[in-house]
Design a binder for this molecule. Structure first.
Ligand code: NAP
Length: 258
């Protein structure tokens, strides 16, 4: 029987977990444990890091995982690289379920930067009202640009005050809509949106709202990832599962008769 491990933390992972549950598949959804109240899930959930690529390889062996689906966020580069390495070591087949990157449309005013350091460096101008839609992990980097007023949209209330002298916290969980995001940008007199090129439809409302209001966007490009098989739709992930023979790696030592 198949035993699917889904690396989660995204809407796509939740959608795949639902589809696997509907088909009666044996599946586990893995969270890093960054969010205090993750969504309820229709399959068993495990929480916390594996301990690098070696730890993930051990987990695949110990739990006789036959297929690994990496449905992490496109910016979760370390986890995705670990998945490639652990699957190469154990022979467990790997698929990435990932959203295509956003591309600017006519009417968009985007500046794309390669990483978070470049985004911080780009904020060297006069004071602005900035929507920082990046999650809580990167807030400290913007302390190097204290003159701006930052509006921080976060899933959970911050445990410690963000290290930004002028800020407003908005606690909200997506998916968001254009009307709501337009109201947010207006209410806070935002004149720049800073975000990651996450892709997908759950978080693109802010981009459409920025376009409608004629606001510029500072877009952080995706981190580079090792080559792997990728699909964008849950249906394609299910087809891959059906087409890919299970491979449960032997437990450590078993191959030597230990
Ligand atoms: P990351 O930098 O690639 O991962 C750091 C470490 O966190 C990994 O090495 C791994 O620890 C652990 N980890 C990450 N995802 C995991 C998972 N699904 N299950 C178990 N352990 C996991 O990732 P990140 O950017 O911190 O993102 C963490 C989680 O938040 C991911 O699940 C991602 O899908 C979700 N997320 C991230 C973003 C974002 O913008 N980065 C946005 C929305 C959601 P070990 O090495 O110990 O295994």
């Amino acid at each position: 029987m198949r035993h699917v491990l889904v690396l989660g933390g995204t809407l796509e992972a939740s959608a795949l977990a639902q589809a696997l549950a509907d088909r009666g598949e044996r599946a586990v959804l893995s969270y890093a444990g960054r969010v205090a109240r993750p969504r309820a899930q229709p399959v068993p959930v495990r929480v916390g890091g594996f301990g690098g690529a070696a730890g993930l390889a051990r987990h695949l062996r110990d739990h006789a995982v036959t297929h690994l689906v990496d449905a992490t966020h496109p910016f979760a580069a370390r986890m995705s690289a670990n998945a490639v390495a652990a699957c190469a070591e154990t022979g467990v087949p790997l698929l990435a379920l990932t959203r295509p990157a956003w591309r600017p449309d006519a009417g968009d005013d985007w500046t794309t930067v390669p990483d978070m350091d470049a985004a911080v460096a780009a904020l060297d101008g006069p004071p602005r009202h900035v929507l920082l839609a990046l999650g809580r992990m990167h807030l400290a980097e913007f302390a190097a640009r204290p003159r701006h007023h930052y509006v921080l949209r976060l899933i959970d209330p911050p445990e410690a005050p963000p290290p930004l002298p002028r800020h407003t916290v908005v606690v909200a969980r997506g998916p968001f809509d254009v009307a709501g995001d337009t109201a947010l940008l207006r209410a806070h007199r935002i004149d720049l949106v800073v975000c990651k090129n996450a892709g997908g439809s759950g978080a693109d409302a802010k981009l459409r709202a920025a376009r409608d209001l004629g606001l510029p966007v500072l877009m952080v490009a995706r981190p580079p990832l090792p080559a792997r098989r990728e699909v964008a739709r849950v249906a394609d992930a299910l087809r891959w599962l059906d087409d890919t023979p299970p491979h449960a790696p032997a437990p450590r030592g078993a191959e030597r008769g230990v």
